[in-house]
Design a protein around this ligand. Structure first.
Ligand code: BYC
Length: 335
């Protein structure tokens, strides 16, 4: 018995050694692909932690797109003209599309949309902090387009070079659409800024409220960003949170000047030595509170999302029934 057991142990050890050798070879191939800036594709071997990080980030991104429909949809029925209404509806629909591309990218990693939505609805996965703020006036639609979509583009253009192929490719299309969104926000704010004194004041008030939350979109400061180092080593992220935030501030300052609107930061000034703008301290307590669920609209956003999901159950059932009938019909025809 002892001999047979020892034999089995030796066989298992040999098997493990073979497995380890194979894994090491796969790991080497993965590392080489990342180092060479090749894309990792769904069927390629990848470390479990790389897969988990991608699912976490892509899911959070997808959730942000669909929750992000709510603050702007709030103004569709009250848009001031048919033209503005048509543009806003198209933009909100684009966000749904972005969610779809991103959930599909996550599916290529083996995690289904149902599971991800379940995690969103039960608070186990996050969405962007920015969508927990209210849209109080029509000018907020402009401020979201200019600042929120502007921040999104600054963050997402480098993701077009992310090491994971399906995510990088989804980002190319998303960024093109986000550019249009950013321009419509800028154009809307310009019209208000050049309008009546009341309209100008409304535009300024919106910028005052959205500026700091937009800077928070880039995530915590680098020294508190737990995932950045590994994500950058894997070339999922190409720049740190603070680098992208600085880039965004530099882009916004001249745009605010052309808009005739002030950015609400008395400490904002050009630093010749650093070649960037210095800016005031971000209220990180507010950021972490919003992440914990204590922002002004967290409760409302997640309640609305759960309700929309429940009310859409019949659509999913009808689509599944249609697909089953269609597939059944095709099989029937083949038989
Ligand atoms: N909000 O180690 P860190 C859009 C979390 S959609 C909430 O730096 P990472 C748009 C972070 O998840 C905008 N949570 O993380 C849509 C982590 O917590 P967990 C969404 C945040 O991943 C419709 C913890 O804090 N864009 O633009 O290396 C209309 C520590 O952070 C936030 C994307 O999702 C935040 N702002 O870097 C208009 C882009 N920041 O997961 C516009 C893709 C951080 O450990 N995502 N956290 O529980 C990314 O680029 C990165 O995930 C982030 C964070 C830069 C956001």
């Amino acid at each position: 018995m002892a001999t047979a057991a020892a034999h089995r142990t030796a066989a298992a050890a040999a098997h493990d050694a073979q497995d380890t050798a194979a894994t090491t070879a796969y790991e080497r191939a993965f590392d080489a692909a990342v180092a060479a800036d090749d894309r990792i594709e769904p069927r390629d071997w990848m470390p479990d932690a790389y897969r988990a990080t991608l699912v976490r980030q892509i899911a959070q991104h997808a959730h942000s797109e669909i929750i992000g429909m709510q603050p702007e949809a709030n103004w569709i029925t009250r848009a001031p003209s048919l033209r503005r209404k048509a543009i806003l509806m198209a933009k909100v629909q684009d966000e749904a599309g972005h969610g779809l591309y991103l959930y599909s990218a996550a599916e290529t990693l083996g995690t289904g949309r149902d599971e991800l939505l379940d995690k969103l609805h039960s608070g186990r996965q996050k969405y962007s902090s920015i969508f927990n703020y209210p849209t109080l006036t029509w000018a907020d639609v402009g401020a979201i387009g200019w600042l929120v979509d502007g921040a999104a583009i600054t963050n997402q253009v480098p993701l077009c070079r992310c090491s994971y192929g399906p995510y990088a490719r989804a980002m190319v299309r998303i960024c093109k659409e986000e550019s249009f969104h950013q321009r419509q926000g800028y154009e809307l704010l310009l019209a208000l800024s050049n309008g009546t004194p009341e309209q100008h004041a409304m535009a300024q008030d919106a910028v005052d409220r959205w500026w700091w939350p937009s800077l928070m979109m880039f995530g915590p400061p680098d020294d508190a960003s737990q995932h950045s180092a590994q994500s950058m080593a894997w070339k999922i992220k190409r720049h740190s949170n603070d680098e992208l935030r600085r880039r965004f501030v530099d882009i916004c300052v001249p745009q605010a000047e052309s808009l005739g609107l002030a950015l609400p930061d008395p400490d904002l000034r050009w630093n010749e030595e650093r070649g960037h703008h210095d800016f005031g301290a971000i209220d990180w307590t507010e950021f972490w509170e919003v992440l914990k669920g204590n922002g002004p609209c967290n409760e409302q956003r997640i309640t609305q999302r759960r309700r929309a999901h429940d009310e859409g159950a019949w659509v999913r059932e009808a689509a599944a029934a249609h697909a089953a009938k269609h597939n059944g019909g095709t099989q029937g025809a083949r038989a």
